[in-house]
Ligand binder design. Structure first.
Ligand SMILES: [Cu+2]
Length: 257
């Protein structure tokens, strides 16, 4: 078990151990099946060789062993599904944290970057408009919207506090990407036209990577962001610094007609 774990990325979220436990169980089953079927294959090659069976049998072999093994494998697989996979998945897709309790962030994937959008101290995401999308404003945030005034946006840098539930609203501007946080054991496709919630609780301070886990175009290899898990105090410091940068915001006021 420990040998397997040493090959995995570090566990940096509360549900990581559960996912790893299941992965290891599945791999043990696969190892047993691989060896079992391998020996069975060799046995069949020998048992049904032409020399011993000059005339083909049209009725086939009848053995109880093969059938009972298949039933046993099916039972183990069903148990893995029912007792591990489905409950673990249900927690990920049903038991979302309340927005008031969580750090809520929008992540907008694009070829080939991760745009991060924080709602700011008011907790409300500002309006975004595709017409406002530009090189300086990749998510098309409308700074004239009162809710948008304090919004923080970053590119390829997601800062989060430790030990608090994180709720990510994930979407994409162009093609299908996949939000892969290996240390958090999080992977979710980002699909244009859809906003998909993803949640986890980071529990280890550190610098990790946001990898795009879906071949999304020629620059896929460089679609790499960073996720920094900080203590609550450090996170707050970072957040305040980001807010400060917004202060002298040169709001593009539309010239009066
Ligand atoms: Cu991508």
């Amino acid at each position: 078990m420990q040998t397997f774990l040493a090959m995995f990325p570090r566990q940096a979220s509360t549900h990581a151990a559960e996912v790893d436990h299941m992965t290891i169980l599945v791999h043990w089953l696969m190892l047993v099946l691989f060896i079992g079927w391998g020996f069975f294959f060799l046995f069949v090659l020998f048992r049904f060789r032409k020399g011993a069976n000059p005339k083909a049998s049209y009725t086939g072999a009848h053995g109880k062993f093969a059938k009972s093994t298949e039933v046993a494998v099916a039972i183990i697989e069903i148990a893995l599904l029912v007792f591990y996979a489905i409950p673990a998945w249900a927690t990920r897709v049903k038991a979302f944290p309340a927005e008031s309790q969580a750090v809520v962030v929008r992540v907008v994937a694009e070829q080939f970057a991760w745009n991060i959008h924080y709602p700011g101290p008011d907790g409300k995401f500002g309006r975004t408009d595709i017409a406002l999308v530009s090189a300086d404003n990749p998510i098309g945030l409308d700074r004239r919207d009162p809710d948008a005034k304090d919004d923080i946006t970053t590119i390829n840098q997601l800062n989060l506090p430790i030990d608090r539930p994180v709720l990510v609203h994930l979407t994409s501007k162009d093609v299908i990407h996949s939000f892969g946080l290996y240390e958090m054991r999080v992977k979710q496709d980002a699909i244009p036209g859809m906003t998909i919630p993803v949640w986890f609780i980071p529990n280890r301070v550190g610098e990790y990577e946001i990898a795009c886990s879906q071949l999304c175009g020629l620059g896929h290899f460089r679609m790499r962001g960073f996720i920094t898990i900080q203590s609550q105090a450090d996170y707050q410091k970072w957040y305040d610094a980001q807010e400060k940068e917004l202060q002298p915001a040169p709001t593009p006021t539309p010239t009066a007609p």
